[in-house]
Ligand binder design. Structure first.
Ligand SMILES: [Mg+2]
Ligand SMILES: [Zn+2]
Length: 232
């Protein structure tokens, strides 16, 4: 009666299939992305920030994001927002703040290709949002959804986060460059993520982009910036 959820021909397939090589001039080429965590990376993490009045940008983050945009990266925010499951604020509150934040990025020359959030929590709050989901980092659901929606090449992408779980989500999604940042750009990261998880460690997004070695890795991987003059 019930369909076999795991038919034999699939059971033997590798867990992940490497992406097919793409010619450099292919116009349909998938874009490389930089994924950014929000709280602690973009804004000072006061805890469950949901209002504009409480949202202060980490110094230098908008200029650094504009730098990444000029390199040709699609910028995507991926943020756990269990404050919604906990009832501290609503989806509407989150979206209103996200709209305002997107406008600030756009003004700075760093338009965001997407903002993805997980409103769930496995054991906090009441109602439908209290559940195990595949989007709460360290799960890779938000990155995978962004890749589908925005035609991203995860294998040429990078993630900046201030928690090991941010980096775990990137690892699970096949994002090779994972950078651990200090919370709020205030100091070097305190969390001890394994070397295999964190490819680099920096105080903030701005200081990461000031590092020549990391810049070189980012430039190697990213798409050429869109042509602004007559000739590419
Ligand atoms: Mg964070
Ligand atoms: Zn979720």
């Amino acid at each position: 009666m019930s369909r076999n959820p795991n038919p034999p021909e699939r059971r033997n397939m590798p867990a992940t299939t490497p992406p097919a090589p793409v010619a450099p001039n292919d116009r349909g080429r998938l874009r490389a992305a930089v994924f950014l965590d929000r709280d602690g990376v973009i804004n000072i993490d006061h805890g469950y920030v949901s209002r504009r009045e409480d949202f202060s940008f980490v110094p230098g983050v908008l200029d650094a994001a504009a730098d990444l945009a000029r390199m040709g990266y699609a910028l995507v925010v991926v943020t756990n927002q269990s404050g919604i499951a906990r009832g501290y604020y609503t989806e509407d509150d989150f979206h209103a703040l996200a709209r305002w934040m997107r406008a600030r990025f756009a003004e700075a020359g760093a338009p965001l290709a997407g903002v993805y959030h997980c409103p769930h929590h496995p054991d906090a709050g009441n109602g439908a949002l209290r559940r195990d989901c595949d989007c709460r980092k360290p799960a890779p659901g938000m990155l995978r959804a962004a890749a589908r929606d925005l035609n991203l090449d995860l294998s040429r992408s990078a993630l900046f986060g201030d928690k090991c779980d941010d980096l775990r989500a990137a690892l699970a999604a096949g994002v090779p460059l994972r950078v651990l940042l200090g919370k709020d750009g205030a100091a070097m990261p305190q969390e001890a993520c394994p070397e295999t998880l964190a490819g680099a460690r920096h105080r903030s997004l701005a200081s990461a982009l000031a590092d020549p070695q990391l810049r070189a890795r980012l430039l190697q991987r990213c798409d050429p910036a869109p042509a602004t003059g007559e000739r590419a």
